[in-house]
Design a protein around this ligand. Structure first.
Ligand code: CU
Length: 490
C-alpha cells in the first residue's frame, strides 16, 4: 500500500508534526478538556497507526490517539482526573504513569498488580496527579524478542503536572520527545560509554564482570544481542522533515526533553547556545547550572532554559553524527532567518549529576540495601540475562527485593558489575542521589538514574507510598530479560 501526503492528511495521521506548544497538542488530540458527568476527563486510544517520519519514511506502529508522540497531557497537581483507556489492539496493554506517586492498581505495571487493559477492551482509571513537573506515560508490557512490542513502538507521550505555583523564569515551553524506530537485533552495540563523570570504577565489580564475560566467551557463546535502529526522530519527524522550532531573538525557551527510547542513551546540543538545566526528571534541581550538552538516559527527562541570543537556523541534535544524519535532530529557526540548519559539533562534555546538587550531607538513612547488577552473557536464547543480587526476575516467581517499613529512609547502594550503563527506575516514588561514582551529593531528586559500567551509585528512598513497587532497568532489552525486582511494604 502506498499513501501520499494528501491521503495521510485525510486520514488525520499528520497531526503531530509540529513541536508541542502549550495547550495545542491536547486540543488537537480531540480530548475532552472539561470534565462532564459520566464522561472521563481524557480518553486515550491505543491502536495501530502511521507515523510520517519523512515523506519517504512512513512507518506503521502502535500509537496513542493515532499520533506520535502521544498527546501532551496537562494535569494539575492534586486535582483528580478520570481517564478512559481503550485498547484497539490484539494484545493486552499496560499504560504506566512514569514519575507519579500513584497506587499500584493504576501505576500501569502487571508486576505490581495493575489490571491489563484487555485486547479490544477498555479500562477507566482515576487518580490524583502528583508530584508536579515533567512526567510521561508509556507502555509497560514485555517485548522480549518481539521488536514490534513494548517501547520499541510508538507508545510514549509527555505529561506535565502543573505546579500550584509557576516558577516562571522563561517565555515559552517546548516539549521535545526523542525516539528511534525500525529496531533490529545485532551482536554488538555502539552505545556511548565514556560520557559520565566521575569516571571512577570499582575494581571488584570490574573483575567480577570481566571474568564472567571471559568465561562465557571461552565456552563458545557469542556476545548477547543488542538493539540498533535505522530511523531517528524528534517529535516524530526526522531532521529536515518537520516544522522547525520557531524562536525570537532574546526569547527564553524552556525545553522539556524526554528520552522516549526503548533502549538508547541520547545526547543533545544546539550550536551557539547553552542549556540552563533547571529540573531533572521534572523535579527542580537545587543548583541550576549551564551546560553545553545534555545527556539523557532512557526514560530520563531534562528541563532546560535556552536563551535565544545567537540568531540563525541551527540544528538541535544528537552529538552522534550517525544518529543525527539518520534523523535525530530538529531545526531551531529564528524569526527573519531562513536556510538550511547548521550543525557545529560541541567539544566532548562529561555529564555529572552532582553538578546540579548540593555539597550538604544528605539525611542519614535508617537502613542500607546493597543491590548488585550482573550480566549473564547470551544466557537466554542469545539474549543477555540480567540479575539483581543473583536473581533474574520471573513473573511466575517474582520474589521480593526487600520489605520496606513506611516512613523509613532507605539507602540503595547500586553496584553495577557489568560494562553497560543502566538507566535504573523506581516506580511510584522519587529518590535522591546521595553518591555518584564515589562523589557524595544531595538534593537531586529523580526517578531514573544512569549507573555507569562497573560504577556504584547510591540513592535514598523514603518509603512513603505503600504497595508493591517495581524497581528495574528502563532499557527494554534489560528489563525484559531479568533486570527487575519488587519491593513490598511491611
Ligand atoms: Cu539496563
Amino acid at each position: 500500500m502506498t499513501l501520499d501526503r494528501r491521503d495521510l492528511l485525510k486520514l488525520g495521521v499528520l497531526s503531530a508534526i509540529a513541536p508541542y506548544a502549550r495547550g495545542a497538542a491536547a486540543t488537537s488530540a480531540g480530548m475532552s478538556l472539561t470534565p462532564q458527568p459520566d464522561r472521563a476527563d481524557y480518553t486515550i486510544t491505543i491502536a495501530t497507526g502511521l507515523v510520517e517520519l519523512a515523506p519517504d519514511q512512513i512507518i506503521s506502529t502502535t500509537l496513542y490517539n493515532g499520533q506520535f508522540p502521544g498527546p501532551l497531557l496537562r494535569f494539575t497537581e492534586g486535582k483528580p482526573v478520570t481517564i478512559d483507556i481503550h485498547n484497539d489492539t490484539d494484545t493486552p496493554e499496560q499504560l504506566h504513569w512514569h514519575g507519579q506517586f500513584l497506587p499500584a492498581d493504576v501505576d500501569g505495571a502487571a508486576e505490581v498488580g495493575t489490571p491489563y487493559i484487555p485486547a479490544h477492551g477498555n479500562r477507566r482509571i482515576s487518580f490524583t496527579p502528583a508530584p508536579s513537573g515533567f512526567r510521561f506515560y508509556h507502555t509497560h508490557v514485555r517485548a522480549g524478542s518481539n521488536l514490534s512490542q513494548g517501547q520499541y513502538g510508538g507508545l510514549v507521550g509527555p505529561v506535565y503536572v502543573e505546579p500550584k505555583q509557576h516558577a516562571g523564569d522563561y517565555d515559552r515551553e517546548v516539549f521535545v520527545v526523542l525516539k528511534e524506530f525500525n529496531p533490529v537485533l545485532s551482536r554488538g552495540g555502539d552505545m556511548p560509554m565514556d560520557f559520565l563523570a566521575p569516571a571512577t570504577t570499582v575494581s571488584e565489580l570490574k573483575a567480577a564482570g570481566e571474568s564472567a564475560m571471559k568465561a562465557s566467551l571461552a565456552s563458545g557463546k557469542p556476545h548477547g544481542y543488542e538493539v540498533g535502529y535505522s530511523l531517528f526522530s524528534i517529535n516524530g519527524r526526522m531532521l529536515g522533515h518537520g516544522e522547525p522550532i520557531r524562536v525570537k531573538h532574546g526569547e527564553r525557551v524552556l525545553l522539556h526533553v524526554l528520552n522516549g527510547s526503548a533502549t538508547e542513551i541520547r545526547s543533545l546540543a544546539l550550536p551557539g547556545h547553552t542549556f540552563r538545566v533547571v529540573a531533572l526528571d521534572g523535579n527542580p534541581v537545587p543548583t541550576p547550572s549551564i551546560v553545553p550538552v545534555l545527556w539523557i538516559g532512557t526514560g530520563e527527562r531534562v528541563s532546560a532554559v535556552v536563551e535565544m541570543r545567537h540568531p540563525g537556523v541551527w540544528i538541535l541534535g544528537d552529538t552522534s553524527d550517525d544518529d543525527r544524519k539518520h534523523g535525530m535532530g530538529i531545526a531551531v529557526e529564528y524569526a527573519g532567518y531562513k536556510g538550511k540548519p547548521i550543525w557545529v559539533a560541541p567539544k566532548p562534555f562529561h555529564w555529572d549529576y552532582t553538578r546540579f546538587g548540593t555539597k550538604d550531607a544528605p539525611a542519614t538513612p535508617d537502613d542500607t540495601l546493597d543491590l548488585t547488577f550482573a550480566k549473564e552473557n547470551a544466557a537466554a536464547d542469545g539474549f543477555n540475562r540480567w540479575t539483581i543480587n543473583g536473581k533474574a526476575f520471573s513473573i511466575d516467581d517474582p520474589g521480593r527485593l526487600a520489605r520496606l517499613e513506611r516512613g523509613r529512609r532507605y539507602r540503595l547502594r547500586m553496584r553495577n558489575a557489568s560494562d553497560d550503563i543502566h538507566p535504573i527506575h523506581l516506580h511510584r516514588h522519587t529518590f535522591e542521589l546521595t553518591k555518584v561514582a564515589g562523589k557524595p551529593t544531595s538534593g537531586v531528586k529523580k526517578d531514573v538514574v544512569l549507573v555507569g559500567g562497573y560504577q556504584e551509585v547510591e540513592i535514598d528512598v523514603v518509603a512513603d507510598n505503600p504497595g508493591l513497587t517495581l524497581f528495574h532497568c528502563h532499557q527494554q532489552l534489560h528489563m525484559d530479560f531479568g533486570f527487575m525486582a519488587l519491593f513490598e511494604y511491611a
